[in-house]
Design a protein around this ligand. Structure first.
Ligand SMILES: NC(=O)C1=CN([C@@H]2O[C@H](COP(=O)(O)OP(=O)(O)OC[C@H]3O[C@@H](n4cnc5c(N)ncnc54)[C@H](O)[C@@H]3O)[C@@H](O)[C@H]2O)C=CC1
Ligand SMILES: C[C@H](O)[C@@H]1OC(=O)[C@H](O)[C@@H]1O
Length: 250
C-alpha cells in the first residue's frame, strides 16, 4: 500500500485517465475526492468496492471556485489533502487558421488556467497543514511535440508541465513536490472521434514500439509512484508513459 490513508484529489475523475488514476490511488489505500462535470457514479462505485472513502464534487475547473470546493470537501470528509492530480482537460481537435476564438479560449481556460487554480488552492492548504504533499499534473507527450489540429491544445500541455517545474521551485520549501506525467495516446473519450479513422489507428500502432495504444490503467502506476514516498526526492520532473511513441523516429 503506497498511499495508505492519504487523501487524493483528482480533477476530471468521472471517466478515462482520471477515473483510472482515482481507482489506482484507492487500490493503494487512499481516500479520494473527484471533481466531475456531470456525474462520477462509476468511479464512486469502483472506489467504494475497494472499501475506501470517496466524495464527488461537481464543478468546472475553469471556475476558480471549484478548486476551493475540492479542498473544502477533502478537509470536511478526510481532514485534509496529501495529493493532487490535476487531470481535467479537453482537446476539441480543430484546424489552426479557422480556429474559433471560443474554442481556443475554452481549451486554455480548462486545461491551463484550471490546472493553475487547483494547484494554487491545494498548495495553500498543504502549506497550512505543514506536512508537505505531492502535486501531479497530467501533461502529455503533446507538451514535447505538435499536432496539426492541436495548436490550441499542445501549448496547454506544455504549460502544465512548465507550471509543475516552477511550482516545484516555489513549493519545495514546504516539502511539496510537483511533477508531470506525459501520457502518449491513450484510448479514452477525448480521442474517440479522432481515432475512428482506421488510418490514424494503424499509424499509431505502427509507430508505438510496444505495439498498442495505451489504456487509462497504464497511467495509474506512474501517478501512484509520484504521489508516494517512493518518489520522495523527485520534484520538477516529468515521466513519459507512451509505449515508446515519442522516441520512435525510425
Ligand atoms: N487520452 C489521451 O490520449 C491523453 C490524454 N491526456 C490528458 O489526460 C487528461 C484526461 O483526459 P482523458 O481521460 O483522455 O479524457 P476524457 O475526456 O475521457 O476525460 C476528461 C475528464 O475531464 C473532465 N473535464 C473536462 N472538462 C472539465 C471541466 N471544465 N471541469 C472539470 N472537469 C472537466 C471530464 O468530465 C472527464 O472526467 C487530460 O488532461 C488530457 O489532456 C494526455 C495525453 C494523452
Ligand atoms: C487527444 C489526443 O489524441 C491525445 O491527447 C494528447 O495529449 C495526445 O495528443 C494524444 O494523442
Amino acid at each position: 500500500m503506497l498511499l495508505k490513508d492519504k487523501t487524493v484529489i483528482v480533477t476530471g475523475g468521472s471517466r478515462g485517465i482520471g477515473r483510472a488514476v482515482a481507482v489506482a490511488c484507492a487500490q493503494h489505500g487512499a481516500n479520494v475526492v473527484v471533481s466531475h462535470h456531470s456525474h462520477a457514479d462509476e468511479t464512486i462505485a469502483d472506489i467504494k468496492a475497494l472499501g475506501r472513502g470517496v466524495v464527488a464534487v461537481k464543478g468546472d475547473v475553469a471556475d476558480p471556485h471549484t478548486a476551493q470546493l475540492l479542498v473544502q470537501a477533502a478537509v470536511e470528509h478526510f481532514g485534509g489533502v496529501d495529493v493532487l492530480v490535476s487531470n481535467a482537460g479537453i482537446c476539441p481537435f480543430h484546424g489552426f487558421l479557422d480556429m474559433p476564438l471560443e474554442t481556443f479560449q475554452r481549451t486554455m481556460e480548462v486545461n491551463l488556467h484550471g490546472a493553475f487554480y487547483v494547484t494554487q488552492a491545494v498548495a495553500n492548504r498543504m502549506k497550512d497543514q505543514g506536512r508537505g504533499g505531492s502535486i501531479i499534473a497530467i501533461s502529455s507527450i503533446s507538451a514535447l511535440v505538435g499536432g496539426e489540429y492541436q495548436t490550441h491544445y499542445t501549448p496547454t500541455k506544455a504549460g502544465v508541465h512548465s507550471l509543475m517545474q516552477s511550482t516545484a521551485i516555489a513549493l519545495g520549501k514546504y516539502g511539496i513536490r510537483c511533477n508531470s506525467v506525459m501520457p502518449g495516446t491513450i484510448l479514452t473519450d477525448i480521442n474517440k472521434d479522432d481515432l475512428s479513422d482506421p488510418e490514424k489507428v494503424a499509424y499509431f500502432n505502427k509507430r508505438i514500439p510496444l505495439g498498442r495504444m495505451g489504456q487509462p490503467e497504464d497511467i495509474g502506476g506512474a501517478v501512484v509512484f509520484l504521489a508516494s514516498d517512493m518518489a520522495a526526492y523527485v520534484t520538477g520532473a516529468s515521466l513519459l508513459v507512451d509505449g515508446g511513441l515519442f522516441v520512435n523516429l525510425q
